[in-house]
Design a protein around this ligand. Structure first.
Ligand SMILES: Nc1ncnc2c1ncn2[C@@H]1O[C@H](COP(=O)(O)OP(=O)(O)OP(=O)(O)O)[C@@H](O)[C@H]1O
Ligand SMILES: [Mg+2]
Length: 252
């Protein structure tokens, strides 16, 4: 589904991503792991068109992605969450989800000539957003402001929000960082449910227990390069991976 080949990106003297290659197959859950500064978020920024690579190729379902604008990449069916939460604090949960949806009412002519149709679509969209909030267990809080939610609950809203886009490939940057164990278990179950529904997930995470519990495959980055790929069990025993983490406070 996603092919990344020899991707490179430098910031001044720092080679953030270096000859990075890996793949994600349809309906897989793949974890992208690596020490701090390994280039994981930069890979997401490259995949989603937020930054341009120096060189390399990315193909999504056979379509080249490099040089394509972020909104066009989103239209192709790829969406992401951010390492730092980016909800709109003064909007309600439903409103935060609604803005992620494509809506015909955004076109002036539709509003003027198809008012009944638009009204119907708005109602359907709202119902779908409430269903998604139900999926993450936040239906009761649908009319609360995002800013009044706990950190873990905001992470759940972020997941619900990317589902509002109907994307097939979900990129999650540290979905359980700073989240309590109860909420972490909840997020794990939601991701499993999404896989059952046919979604493909590529996620970055430092929480190794979460990674080992949920990933079908793990891709390890170190200094911007893929150094190992395998099942969670294979990765736990890989000497190159252990070496990369040596001296860093992460238990594999
Ligand atoms: N916009 C930028 N300008 C300059 N340097 C950057 C920029 N973005 C990332 N970097 C640098 O590139 C390297 C890779 O950063 P990146 O954020 O991709 O790492 P990461 O693997 O996501 O790390 P973490 O696990 O801490 O989130 C780091 O050295 C970082 O400081
Ligand atoms: Mg990061």
């Amino acid at each position: 589904m996603l092919h990344i080949k020899n991707l490179n990106k430098h910031f001044g003297g720092i080679k953030a991503v270096k000859d990075c290659s890996f793949e994600v197959k349809e309906n897989e859950i793949v974890a992208l792991i690596g020490p701090n500064g390994a280039g994981k978020t930069t890979v997401f920024n490259l995949l989603t068109g937020f930054i341009k690579p120096d060189k390399g190729h990315v193909h999504y379902k056979g379509t080249p992605l490099l040089g394509v604008k972020p909104y066009k990449i989103s239209n192709l069916g790829i969406t992401r969450t951010f390492q730092l939460i980016k909800l709109l604090p003064k909007l309600t949960l439903v409103e935060n989800l609604l803005i992620a949806k494509q809506q015909s009412g955004e076109h002036l002519l539709n509003i003027m000539f198809k008012p009944k149709y638009i009204k119907h679509e708005e109602k359907e969209n709202r119902n779908h957003c409430v269903e998604l909030l139900d999926l993450v267990g936040l239906k009761d809080k649908r009319n609360h402001y995002a800013k009044n939610l706990s950190y873990g609950q905001q992470k759940l809203v972020e997941i619900a929000r990317i589902l509002a886009t109907d994307a097939d490939l979900l990129l999650l940057d540290e979905p359980v960082a700073g989240v309590n164990p109860v909420m972490r278990a909840k997020i794990k179950n939601i991701l499993k449910k999404l896989k059952e529904q046919g979604k493909t997930i590529l996620f970055i995470e430092h929480d190794m227990k979460f990674v080992m519990d949920i990933a079908d495959r793990v891709v390890v980055l170190d200094y911007g390069t893929e150094i190992a790929t395998g099942t969670p069990k294979q990765i736990q025993k890989n000497p190159r991976v252990l070496q990369a983490y040596l001296g860093k406070k992460v238990k594999l």
